[in-house]
Design a protein around this ligand. Structure first.
Ligand code: THU
Length: 162
């Protein structure tokens, strides 16, 4: 028997002002977008914004439904939009932010498991690392150099036996 471990590296910043100008602009975009989410049932509005190498932003917000399980997360709404309208764009960075009606949001949140799997699929498909910024409406920002860092041992296309 051997022990094994996985180490996840990321950077933390006390506030958005510590990042470069293009990251700051993306963070502002995601923080602003959160109020557009349709989340009347949870009161938890999430925004996910991707920036392309040309500086274009592609938006996604969570979309809930009275039939709760069919609600969509912001990240997957955004990925579907990219895949549909800008599939040849190179995605550099994604920023996720949120608003909660129940509490002040000055802490980053990380994407749910299903969205992590979808983000990894997207990164593998385009064979290019996608940086990830996580933040609330203010305060700390976490930066990952690749969305895959958030899902060690991800299940991938190569695992499917043909
Ligand atoms: N949600 C997202 O949009 N992204 C995540 O990664 C986590 C959760 C949404 C789903 C639901 O509409 C609300 O947040 C509360 O779970």
């Amino acid at each position: 028997m051997k022990n094994a471990s996985i180490d996840i590296q990321y950077n933390t910043y006390k506030e958005a002002g510590e990042l470069d100008e293009s990251d700051q602009r993306l963070i502002i975009e995601a923080r602003k977008l959160a109020s557009k989410a349709y989340a009347p049932y949870s009161g938890f509005q999430v925004a996910s914004v991707a920036v392309t190498s040309d500086g274009a932003y592609i938006h996604g917000t969570n979309q809930e439904n009275a039939s709760y399980p069919i609600g969509l997360c912001a990240e997957r709404v955004m990925l579907a939009a990219i895949s549909s309208v800008a599939s040849d764009a190179l995605i550099k960075t994604i920023c996720i932010s949120y608003i909660s009606e129940k509490q002040a949001v000055n802490q980053p949140i990380a994407p749910c498991g299903i969205c992590r799997q979808s983000l990894v699929e997207f990164e593998s498909r385009f064979k290019h690392p996608i940086r990830l910024l996580l933040t609330g409406q203010s305060g700390e920002v976490f930066k990952f150099n690749s969305v895959s860092d958030l899902l060690p041992m991800a299940f991938k296309k190569q695992n499917l036996i043909k």
